[in-house]
Each structure stands twice: as structure tokens, then as C-alpha cells.
Design a protein around this ligand. Structure first.
Ligand SMILES: *Cc1c(COP(=O)(O)O)cnc(C)c1O
Length: 351
């Protein structure tokens, strides 16, 4: 049982079947193929408007290329202090933007607020030559704490950003899990709330290696074709990305996967919270469960072969501390997580 992350499992069957079908015959290279065209059209359907979508192979690539389209090299990108773009991408956003500064904003439960953004903006006055120039914000949805911004929270951050002339990027590595958690539409969670560009993740929720950068206006997407190629993300046999995205979006497969992952995460969360000594660190709002485990519980799980990710965070809830012997653990469910495995896991934790 490996719940260390949602990328420890392979691709889902419909995605693989779409890949196998697309493997037949000859097609145009570098994304000039029917599967890629279909995937792009399906993404426009998902977002209920004309989008400019580009498929890439990794989430880091999607984020770094998207941000590069939103900031000059002397710009500042504002995000949560523990955002993936800041902590987990080996400086790719800095490199692809040719040196823009990524500015972390602290905030509870993995979220920053409009007030936090305003405070950060004060450090970088517009037009002052010694300061990097505010260019955009990046919101992680699902957040790094497994929580969700409400539509209102996204809207308020976007309003603040717009008032200061900043573009808004949404890191949706777990986009479907966020939609399932909020019970809203993709349009509501993005452009209707003021988001300009989305890194639309598929890999963690059933893809093999496929994400999309989705722009809602053509001007912002200008030259992205060149950015992607230059960044090494224009895949030679591009149909293999297109086919993954089609298999992922077809027949509501992506949302089916996300609803399943979220449901089993919720069962796991309730089950663990009922075990003596286990405390939830943040509420479970999508497919990630963050708990403080007594050492004995952690040891029982490890001994039984249950894998989870040891965690740490500088944005713990007010007054919450992990006790000296306790283990801060993250469990992530996926489309492949089985309900009976969750029941077994909770029984092992109970001892
Ligand atoms: C997984 C993840 C990504 C994408 O990471 P890659 O490993 O590059 O695909 C981006 N943002 C967040 C918040 C993630 O969890």
C-alpha cells in the first residue's frame, strides 16, 4: 500500500487504451495530429470557452512555461511560501522566466490572502529601479496543504492582483480533485474568478505524463509555441500527449477518477482521525490527508508495509505542534486506491 503520493501509481486503463489506439498508423509530428487537435477542443469544452491549450509532459514544465509567459525577467511572481513553483521545481520557473523572482507569501493551510498579497506588493514598488516589478500571482489549487481555496477566495485574490496589474496563474496539478472537492465547474474555478492561465494536471489523476497549459486569451498565449519548443516540451510524437488527454477527458473519466480519489481520502481521513492519538493537521478537502501520528501508530503502519510521506511545514495551524515523538504524515489517494485497502490501513493504525 503506497500512499506517499498520487504519482506512485501508473496510468489508468482508459488513458492507456487511448494511447494504444493512437499508436497505430502515421500522423503529423510535434502536435500536428488529430489527437492533439481533439484534446485541445475538449479542453475548450471543459472550460466552456475558446482556449489556447498546449500539452506538455510535466507539471514543472507547465508551471515554468506558463509563468514565463506572464512575467518579464525583472518581474516578481507571488505565490504561497510553500508553493510547488517555489520549493519543488529546482528553480525551473526562475530559469524559464530568465530570472524572475518568486516571492513566497506566508499563510495558514497552504493559502495566501489578498492582505498577504498587498503586504508583499509593498516590498516591490512599481517603477522603482531597484525592485523587481510585480508581474503575476500563482495560486495552487489543490494547495500544498491539501486544502482548497473557495471560489470567493480565488476571486478576491484575482481582484487584488488585477487592481495592481498582475496576471493570475493557477497551478492545477490536482485540478480535477479541486473541482470534485468544490463541486463547481472548471469555468467557475478559473476565468470566471479572474484566472488567466492554468496548469491543468492530468498525470496525477490517471495520465502517464501529460499536462496542459491553458490560456484564456490569445494575447497572453502569443509566442507560447516558441517557448514550449525552446523549453524542450514540444514532444516529437506529440500524438502521444494528445491521446493521453483525450483518454483522460473522455466520458468524464477524469472527474470519475477525482471523485473516487477524494472519496477514499475522506474515508481515510475519518478513519485515522478516530484512532486514539491521531490528529488531523488540516481538513481533508481533496485527495490528501495530513495527520500527526503517534510514533507507535506510524511504526505499525510502516511495519505493515504502508508507505506515506513524512511531512514538514512552516504554516501549521495556530497553536498546533507535532509532539516530539509524533510523526507528521501525508497520505495521498488516487484513482487506483482501493476502498478495502483503506479499511485495512485504518485497522492497522488502530492496532
Ligand atoms: C505534482 C505537482 C506539480 C507537478 O510536478 P511534476 O512532478 O513536475 O509533474 C505541480 N504543482 C503541484 C502543487 C504538484 O503537487
Amino acid at each position: 500500500m503506497n500512499l506517499a503520493s498520487d504519482n506512485v501509481v501508473g496510468a489508468s486503463r482508459p488513458v492507456l487504451e487511448a494511447l494504444l489506439a493512437a499508436n497505430q498508423g502515421a500522423e503529423g509530428a510535434y502536435g500536428a495530429d488529430a489527437h492533439t487537435a481533439k484534446a485541445e477542443a475538449m479542453l475548450s469544452d471543459v472550460f466552456e470557452r475558446e482556449c489556447v491549450s498546449s500539452l506538455v509532459a510535466t507539471g514543472t514544465g507547465a508551471n515554468a512555461l506558463a509563468l514565463a509567459a506572464l512575467t518579464p525577467p525583472w518581474g516578481a511572481v507571488f505565490c504561497h511560501a510553500e508553493a510547488h513553483v517555489l520549493d519543488d521545481e529546482c528553480g525551473a520557473p526562475e530559469m524559464f522566466t530568465a530570472g524572475a523572482k518568486i516571492v513566497g507569501i506566508p499563510g495558514a493551510a497552504g493559502k495566501f490572502t489578498p492582505a498577504g498579497l498587498e503586504a508583499a506588493l509593498e516590498r516591490f514598488p512599481k517603477g522603482v529601479a531597484k525592485a523587481v516589478q510585480p508581474a503575476c500571482v500563482s495560486i495552487s489549487q489543490v494547495t500544498e496543504a491539501g486544502t482548497l481555496y473557495t471560489l470567493e477566495e480565488i476571486g478576491l485574490i484575482a481582484d487584488t492582483a488585477k487592481r495592481h496589474g498582475l496576471k493570475v496563474h493557477l497551478d492545477g496539478a490536482r485540478f480535477a480533485n479541486a473541482l470534485a472537492g468544490l463541486g463547481c465547474t472548471a469555468a467557475e474555478m478559473t476565468w470566471k474568478a479572474g484566472v488567466d492561465v492554468v496548469s491543468f494536471g492530468a498525470t496525477k489523476n490517471g495520465g502517464l505524463a501529460c499536462e496542459a497549459v491553458v490560456f484564456f486569451d490569445k494575447a497572453t498565449a502569443e509566442n507560447f509555441t516558441f517557448r514550449r519548443k525552446r523549453g524542450g516540451h514540444t514532444v516529437s510524437k506529440g500524438r502521444l500527449l494528445g491521446a493521453q488527454m483525450v483518454g483522460y477527458l473522455q466520458d468524464d473519466h477524469w472527474m470519475h477518477n477525482a471523485r473516487h480519489a477524494n472519496a477514499v481520502a475522506s474515508t481515510l481521513s475519518e478513519g485515522l482521525a478516530a484512532v486514539a492519538g491521531v490528529r488531523r493537521v488540516w481538513p481533508t478537502q481533496a485527495n490528501e490527508v495530513f495527520v500527526s501520528l503517534p510514533a507507535a501508530v506510524a511504526a505499525r503502519l510502516k511495519d505493515a508495509g504502508v508507505r506515506f510521506a513524512p511531512w514538514s511545514s512552516g504554516s501549521m495551524p495556530e497553536g498546533f505542534a507535532i509532539a516530539a515523538d509524533d510523526v507528521f504524515a501525508r497520505f495521498v489517494t488516487s484513482f487506483a486506491t482501493r476502498e478495502d485497502d483503506i479499511a485495512k490501513l485504518v485497522a492497522i493504525a488502530r492496532g
